[in-house]
Design a binder for this molecule. Sequence first.
Ligand SMILES: [Mg+2]
Length: 172
Amino acid sequence: MERYKPDIYQKDIFHIDYSSLYQKGIRVLLFDLDNTVGTLAEKKPTQEVMELFSKLKKKFTCFLLSNSLKYRVKPFGEALQIPHLSMAMKPMGWRVKKFLKKNDISLDQVAIIGDQFMTDMALGYRLQVLRIYVDPLTSKDYKITSFNRYREKKIMKRYEQLKLFERGKYYG
Ligand SMILES: [Mg+2]
């Protein structure tokens, strides 16, 4: 039951308390792209996102990890000037682990931030890193994600019964 449960749940990437993450020893932030950093309609980061990352980069090493293709991920990574991994194969860990190793990152300082249980939170569980769940920016998803959302809803319901997670009740 623990597999998808976030450690922290916030409305979006702007509401996360980054200084408390820093105090916890977190130095590396792994961001999902679609519906976390940008909507599917956006081809590059908004001004607001650009400003957030320029602040974050002063304290944290930031990465983009996306299951999307390179043409989708690259413009965001380049605009934000952060390393990015496309076709990350979340929730499987091997590509991400290799990518982190290449970038000299040890997992004990890492938090993963994303809008999906089945990919982002499940990967966080596999890597045993801090998991931060945010509401999706829009309800418009890729087809494969819509299927995952269906499963996600069921899990959320179960979590709600166990009082582990409730959508709209932010914490952390
Ligand atoms: Mg996403």
